[in-house]
Design a binder for this molecule. Sequence first.
Ligand SMILES: Cc1ncc(COP(=O)(O)O)c(C=O)c1O
Length: 320
Amino acid sequence: MAKPYGTTDIKASALELIGNTPLVALDRIWPGPGRILAKCEFMNPGASIKDRSSLSMIQRALNSGKLKPNGPIVEVTSGNQGCGLAVVAAVLKHPLTLTMSAGNSPQRASMMRALGAKVVLAPQVEGKPGYVTLADVTQAENLGLKLVADTGAYYVNQFNNEDNPKGHEEHMGPEIWRQTGGHIDVFVATVGTAGTFVGVSRYLKKQNKDIKCVVVEPEGAQVIKGDPVTKPMHVLQGSGYGKVPQLFKFETMDFTVGVSDAEAIQYKNLLAEKEGLYMGYTSGANVAAAVRLLKSGKVPKDAWIVTLLNDSGLKYPADN
Ligand SMILES: Cc1ncc(COP(=O)(O)O)c(C=O)c1O
């Protein structure tokens, strides 16, 4: 008897919605010559680039036995790693506690709570709401470490966890290579933990060593460039912490570009107005840097630049 239904196309859970994001051409912001292509990381279920590393770190911790099935998890976050982990923890049924600086966006805290995580906010010691410094992150980290010591929960430790870049090397890098048909001259990205930049750059350089991999840093906190920090407060939440991250590997980078708050905001607005893409600040910074590179002659005029739309504008206060 013939089957009554056709073949199905159903994802087993939200975990299967992580990754495989589309690549969109920003031809209205940059009509050419050259091209700016952007990975739509806001389309992950946690609405940011950090879902990928969340899945990679939790899956590998479960596989190695460091994390027990349904065991408790603790992490320190600027909000996006927390949202990604909360997606994974909800599906796999792990109790999750997240510590975050009170200066990070309240929208992220709401989303993490809605996904079932417990959120503990650390008061700011230096910055102000929307501007989170290394000292503020350290405060949140100390709270997280105390929770780990008190409860014995599994500590994800995104800033020191090698499974963070691995997830990007195994998935995001190959996706970009496939989506561009290998036509990529430059990769441009901000750096928080460096998981994304290091993982993707490592993969791309293995395919073609001539691909230029460029770090985007906030002006006044260009530590990867080698400059001293003169302005620890900036709008690029989730990146530019004023300290070279533990996971950063200089051999994966060719050079850096500095972006001001004004430029990041200008391109955040242009993404919305010209491309119909309502994004956060680091996405604006990435596109600002790509435009700067094409205008400066630092890359060939006809270069194809791939960059990232890291998170949704909905993750920030509306008029910030
Ligand atoms: C909005 C945003 N952009 C960029 C990054 C940087 O990603 P990574 O930690 O992989 O360097 C983060 C990290 O939290 C982020 O939240």
